[in-house]
Every structure is written in C-alpha cells, then in structure tokens.
Ligand binder design. Structure first.
Ligand code: SAM
Length: 275
C-alpha cells in the first residue's frame, strides 16, 4: 500500500520510489493519471487498473499473482490508498489469503490539513465524503452534531457550496471551519472562519470554490455546555455581541435560570479571548 503525492510531485518517500521500482506490477486507480507520476521518476513497472468498479475481480487476479510469488504495489490517484479510495477490498482479500500487506506511508490530505490548521481539539473524527444527496447528508450531519472531536470532511469543488451550507445549517454557526484547499499545490489556501460566515466566504470569490478541499469543523462544545438549551445559547450569543463577557453571562443567567458557570464556559468557547 504505497502513498503517492496529493499535488506536489516531490511529496513521495524514498521507500515508495524504491518499492514502485522493484515490484512486479503496480495496481493503480487510473493508470493514465499514475503514468505521469511514474514517468516523472523514470519508473517503468507495468501498471494494471484497479478501481471501485473492478476491485473484486482484479483483486482476485492480483491475489493469484501474489500467491505465485509476484509482488504488487497498490497506489491511488492521490495520497494514501484505501483512504476514501479503493484498496480495502484487495487488502482484505490478501490478508484472508495469508499474504503480508505492508503500508508504505506518505501523503494524506486529512493529516496535512490537520497539521497546518492549528486546531486545539484533542481528537478528530475522519468522516471523508458526505453523502451526495441533501437529505442523507443532513441526516449524517445530525448524527455528528454532538461529537466533541474535530470533524474532518473531504469535498469536491462541484459540491462544496451545498455541503458547506448544510454543515453550517445543521451544526452550530458559532463553531469554526477551516478550509484547506489545494494543499501542496500552487493555489494552496488555508482559511478559518465561523460556520455562519463560511458560505459568504466561498461566495465572495468563485476561485475559492475551485479545487480540492479538506474541511475541518471544530468539535461540539463539552457536555456541560451542551446542557445549555439552544434558546439560552442564542440569548447568550446576542448578549455577547453587545456586552463584555461577564455582564453577558450574568444577564443570560438571570433571564434563563441556567447556572452562571455553564454559561461562562460556553461564553469562553463562543468568544475565545473576549473579556
Ligand atoms: N487517498 C487520498 C488521501 O490520502 O488523502 C484521498 C482521496 S479522495 C478520492 C480525494 C479527496 O481528498 C478530494 O476530493 C479532497 O477532498 C481531498 N484531497 C486530495 N488532495 C487534496 C489536496 N491537495 N488538497 C485538499 N484536499 C485534497
């Protein structure tokens, strides 16, 4: 399982190049796409196409080749194979057949985005692509709403606007989103804003909707803050826009009867750095 670049052709490990040169065959998602990478590194190993529509069939053929003593490297169009890409079926067939599967790690868009975003939530949940249909997409988002870890999504340019609109509508608008666009490429952009400003940011310049995206959404606030009902949270948000933090918390507590401590913690999450 050999990771290849997610844009910049130099993001490939020495071990990946050695492996691709020395194996008997390379299984690739799109052989024409991968041929360019291989030509760049003067690698002449034969290619065979393995994609989501033929993985079972070609997978079984590759298992036979492996059993006869051949070696096979699997690559995808970009990044780490089997991560939102084909590969899992071939790997499970190989493991069931007692064949050793070796990861040759390297580029991955989600990890690259997380490493450069500076998010402080301790954990993250890799979601990958959301469903293409709006109803299903919103159902999945509703299930993710209370998860305290950073949510990591992949998205393509033709669906970025509708997906971000749904993310903002289903998750709280005060959470932050980081757009990690075209990583390692010429127009690499990393931008963080509040979810309720995200569609506006995309709309402000059509160029921002082009290319490949990783979206990172701040985790849900800790459980004690989730105990704050939605309408009280809204009241607090409005007060925070107008007043110093302590005063906003005091008033929200007086209006709602919710404990000051819970509102104070929530206020700090909503407006970090505000006094
Ligand atoms: N296997 C890949 C990996 O390890 O990241 C992911 C493959 S998935 C089919 C393609 C998606 O990954 C894109 O739609 C985008 O969401 C994300 N992606 C890939 N390359 C990217 C890049 N250079 N910048 C931002 N996102 C990228």
């Amino acid at each position: 399982m050999v990771a290849t670049p997610i844009g910049n052709l130099r993001d490939i490990t020495l071990r990946a190049l050695d492996t691709l040169k020395s194996v008997d065959v390379i299984a690739a998602e799109d052989t024409r796409h991968s041929a360019r990478l291989l030509a760049h590194y003067d690698i002449r190993t034969p290619l065979v196409a393995l994609h989501e529509h033929n993985e079972q069939h070609i997978g079984r053929k590759l298992i036979k080749a492996l059993q006869s003593g051949q070696s096979v490297a699997l690559i995808s169009d970009a990044g780490t194979p089997a991560i939102s890409d084909p590969g899992a079926i071939l790997v499970s067939l190989a493991r069931e057949a007692g064949i050793r599967v070796v990861p040759v790690p390297g580029a991955n868009a989600a990890i690259a985005a997380l490493s450069a975003a500076g998010l402080r939530t301790p954990g993250f949940l890799f979601v990958g692509f959301l469903p293409a249909k709006g109803t299903q997409r919103r159902q999945v988002l509703t299930m993710l709403r209370e998860i305290p870890a950073t949510l990591v999504f992949y998205e393509a340019p033709h669906r970025i606007l509708e997906s971000v609109a749904d993310i903002a509508a289903v998750l709280s608008g005060t959470r932050s989103i980081t757009f990690a666009r075209e990583l390692t490429k010429t127009f690499e952009t990393i931008h963080t804003c509040r979810l309720d400003q995200a569609v506006h940011w995309l709309d402000a310049d059509p160029v921002r909707q082009r290319g490949e995206f990783v979206l990172l959404v701040d985790g849900a606030p800790p459980t004690e803050q989730q105990g704050v009902p939605g309408d009280v949270r809204r009241t607090l948000e409005i007060l925070l826009d107008e007043l110093p933090l302590k005063q906003a918390v005091k008033l929200a507590a007086a209006i709602s009867g919710v404990k000051k401590n819970a509102l104070y913690d929530l206020a700090l999450t909503l407006n970090p750095g505000k006094k």
